[in-house]
Design a protein around this ligand. Structure first.
Ligand SMILES: [Zn+2]
Length: 94
């Protein structure tokens, strides 16, 4: 006779890191500085979907360094698939 372990529901809030792309004009939620694209120093941005309970609240963006300094408030960022411009299987999550 087996009892089912309670399913441990992961927090829905999660973060991904993504190669920064030009022209997005985003602001870092931690330092309020623009997250600027630099072709010379390509950087990752952290994109976190924030949920309260099951209700989606917002998307926040961070510099990768800022997110690290905050000690991963939305979990360790999951590297998103590298953008493959030619792949027809690539679809951008909304
Ligand atoms: Zn920042």
């Amino acid at each position: 006779m087996q009892t089912l372990e309670p399913f441990e529901k992961p927090s829905l809030s999660r973060a991904v890191s993504r190669k920064l792309q030009p022209g997005l004009g985003l602001e870092c939620d931690a330092c309020s500085m623009a997250i600027k694209y630099s072709a010379k120093f390509p950087t990752n941005q952290i994109i976190a979907n924030v949920y309260d309970g099951n209700v989606w609240q917002k998307v926040v963006h961070y510099h990768e360094e800022c997110y690290q300094q905050l000690d991963y408030p939305y979990g360790e960022p999951i590297p998103s698939q590298p953008y493959a411009g030619k792949s027809r299987y690539f679809s951008e999550p909304a």
